[in-house]
Design a protein around this ligand. Structure first.
Ligand SMILES: Nc1nc2c(ncn2[C@@H]2O[C@H](COP(=O)(O)OP(=O)(O)OP(=O)(O)O)[C@@H](O)[C@H]2O)c(=O)[nH]1
Ligand SMILES: [Mg+2]
Length: 688
């Protein structure tokens, strides 16, 4: 085993390492199958599938004409995405690896069609009327191309510019939660437009910010000093906006605010010239590439993908493998010790063991019910937030409409529709901003509730693991005749920490704590950084689940009055009336709508879905992890019973199987330690 066999600091190395782990997991899966540990075996197979389907997503977002498509082409070293001086990209364009070039267009109506590479422009751009109309019917275009950059399961997504149309912003926002790294592209020549500021401060959800790399493009138009000043200015502005936003949202003294600061840390800002990088790469001119500073961006992307996003996944996979190895070796230990044991003594232990398992199952089921109670309490606790949200909305709508003045002309018959649209647009804007804030506050409140629940479950976890360890100890102590299960359990319960060699299979879980159990499962010796990461990944995962429905809730509110009702309201009052009177009436109809039972009920439904969704996640993990551990113990008890019935030859075969499993488990252990060593020193939890 030579050192540095693994390198997880590059996407290529990371992909190689995870592919290797998948192979190892397959090996462990067959081993555990042979040991009669069916649940463990299928868990491992499931993880193999996960690893093999794992992909990295990089999305490039920003206002229109920032050089997004050019950046992608520079990354790829090929002109794949159409770029132009005019607003170009009009649909999501996903670039993935393929042996031979192909373009598949997915339409909004669910159909898809393969088209010629030369016709890509016609589907993803709005450079002429025909393609603009076409792009509107497209949901996503997938370009397959033999690009080395994409070979390691890296997908790159080109997005339409933000400023251009509202729907473009929606498309971009919907992308973010599914993205591993997002490049937010700004232009060195016009740092921070109003749209960019608005997107960052009002539209983006705080939890998405941690994945963003800010790219300042076109530094080639500035000299060195200017470029440095611009980068410094932009970094300062971002910090100010983002931190200011979090302060407003959570309050400067809050725990959430501190967590937010740790999670996003210092915004990453990289200045580049995408044009020079692309030219340099196409013309084989390394000094032009060097001048473009593009490699700093490439390194930053690689770090985000492998160390941050990949680090979380690796910790989880390694934890799963560790717990599998511990369980398998524990099972072998028990079986070996009982080979020549007294049948009657074993039978007694078997019966006691089964009784303990039954008792644990009941306790676990009660615990699952308790989680439901906690979910219900969390809902009760959070329901008042809806009223706060609606009050906030009412205040903002009122304030926004106060600033509007309508002329006689606005109120004329011909302009009726345009005016009503304008007013609705104003209401839509403020309510979207309010909704995003509400979602973030709620998301963070739900996280707080689930994290309290996870801490509460630690009591049950301690008892559960000790009792399982007790069963194992009663079967592995040197003098099997004297150790009855009840004493073994007492000893195990008193141990608290971990006595090496005893109850190894379960003490692995104990180290990880219930958090590890719920997040990755049996991750022994988690560092602070890792648990921070793991916790964040749960939050991120929950964020996707939670973010969805509530964000929609926010917009649903908008649509409730932006739709027919508001139109009706506008039409009803649209007489050559006084501007103020007219707006007051419009406002009142909106406010009335906002306070309606229908809106409140809809919001309550969404909130409950989000809360129960988060708590159900805990329940699922608790159920599947405890079930697997109990089933493994029961399976081993049965295997021992069957070992005792076996003849000499069968026993020899079993011994061979044990030796084989021990051999591969030993290798896996070394590899786990090696890979953990590569991840741990980064200690990123603190910096983040
Ligand atoms: N000077 C300079 N111009 C650049 C650079 N990168 C892109 N451009 C130019 O900026 C224009 C827009 O580039 P695109 O890549 O199409 O920008 P985009 O953000 O994808 O635009 P949309 O798809 O319309 O939102 C093109 O004319 C590019 O040549 C750069 O690094 N320096
Ligand atoms: Mg573009």
């Amino acid at each position: 085993m030579e050192a540095n066999r693994f390198d997880v600091s590059t996407v290529e190395g990371y992909t190689r390492a995870t592919a290797h782990l998948a192979g190892r997991m397959e090996e462990l899966s067959s081993g555990s199958q042979a040991l009669n540990l069916a649940d463990l075996s299928s868990m491992l197979r499931e993880n193999v599938r996960k690893i093999r389907n794992d992909r990295f997503n990089i999305s490039v977002i920003g206002e229109f004409k920032r050089g997004k498509s050019t950046i992608i082409n520079a990354l790829l070293g090929a002109e794949i995405c159409p770029a132009d001086r005019l607003p170009a990209t009009a649909a999501l364009n996903r670039v993935v690896y393929g042996e031979s070039p192909a373009v598949v267009v997915h339409f909004k109506d669910g159909k898809s069609e393969e088209v010629d590479m030369d016709h890509l422009r016609a589907y993803v751009t709005k450079l002429d009327e025909a393609s603009r109309g076409m792009a509107e019917t497209v949901s996503e275009v997938v370009v397959r191309y033999p690009l080395s950059y994409c070979k390691n399961n890296v997908d790159i997504i080109d997005t339409p510019g933000l400023n251009d149309e509202d729907t473009m912003t929606e498309i971009t926002l919907s992308m973010l939660p599914k993205t591993d790294a997002a490049l937010f592209v700004l232009m060195a020549t016009s740092p921070f437009s109003e749209t960019e500021r608005d997107f960052l401060v009002n539209k983006m959800i705080a939890s998405d910010l941690g994945r963003v790399i800010f790219v300042v493009n076109a530094i080639d138009v500035l000299d060195e000093d200017e470029a440095r000043d611009v980068l410094e200015f932009i970094a300062g502005r971002i910090q100010e906006m983002v931190v200011g936003k979090a302060k407003r949202l959570y309050g400067a003294d809050s725990e959430e605010y501190q967590k937010f600061l740790r999670a996003i840390g210092k915004p990453r800002v990289v200045g580049i010239s995408a044009r020079n990088a692309l030219r340099g790469k196409l013309r084989n001119n390394p000094s032009l590439v060097e001048e473009s500073n593009f490699s700093e961006l490439e390194r930053s992307i690689e770090y985000t993908l492998t160390q941050e996003r990949g680090g979380i996944a690796l910790y989880t996979y390694l934890g799963r493998m560790q717990s599998a190895v511990d369980t398998m070796l524990g099972a072998i230990e028990m079986r070996r010790r009982q080979f020549s044991a007294d049948k009657d003594v074993f039978q007694k232990k078997y019966d006691e063991g089964v009784a303990v398992l039954e008792e644990l199952k009941k306790k676990r089921d009660r615990e699952l019910e308790n989680v439901d109670v906690s979910a219900k309490n969390a809902c009760q606790e959070l329901l008042p937030r809806i009223q706060e949200y609606i009050d906030e909305l009412k205040k903002s709508v009122t304030a926004a409409l106060e600033g509007v003045k309508l002329s006689k002309d606005d109120l004329s018959k011909e302009n009726k529709e345009a005016t009503s649209k304008r007013l609705i647009g104003i209401v839509e804007d403020v309510s979207k901003n309010c909704s995003v804030e509400y979602v973030q506050r709620l998301q963070s409140a739900i996280e707080k509730c689930t994290s309290t629940e996870i801490t509460r479950l630690e009591g049950f976890e301690g008892e559960f693991l000790s009792k399982l360890s007790g069963i194992e100890m009663s079967l592995t102590t040197k003098d099997p005749g004297n150790t009855v299960l009840s004493t073994a359990i007492d000893v195990a319960m008193g141990m608290g920490g971990g006595i090496p060699g005893i109850g190894a299979a379960y003490l692995g879980y104990r180290q990880a704590g219930i958090k590890g159990l719920l997040l990755g499962g049996g991750v022994g010796g988690l560092t602070a950084a890792a648990s921070f990461y793991a916790l964040n990944s749960l939050i991120a995962a929950a964020g996707i689940a939670l973010g969805g429905p509530i964000v929609i809730a926010g917009t649903a509110i908008v649509y409730l009055f932006a739709g027919k009702m508001a139109m009706k309201a506008v039409n009803k009052f649209l007489q050559p009336d006084m501007s103020a009177k007219f707006i007051a009436k419009f406002r009142d109809s909106v406010l009335e709508r906002l306070t309606s039972n229908e809106v409140r009920r809809e919001q309550e439904k969404r909130l409950k879905e989000a809360v129960y969704g988060a708590f159900d996640g805990i329940k699922e993990r608790l159920l599947s992890e405890t079930e697997r551990m109990m089933n493994s113990t029961k399976a081993t008890l049965d295997a021992i019973a069957s070992d005792m019935e076996g003849n000499e030859e069968e026993r020899k075969e079993t011994e061979e199987l044990f030796a084989q499993v021990e051999q591969s488990a030993g290798e896996v252990r070394k590899e786990i330690a090696e890979l953990r060593g590569l991840l741990a020193p980064a200690g990123k939890g603190e910096e983040l």
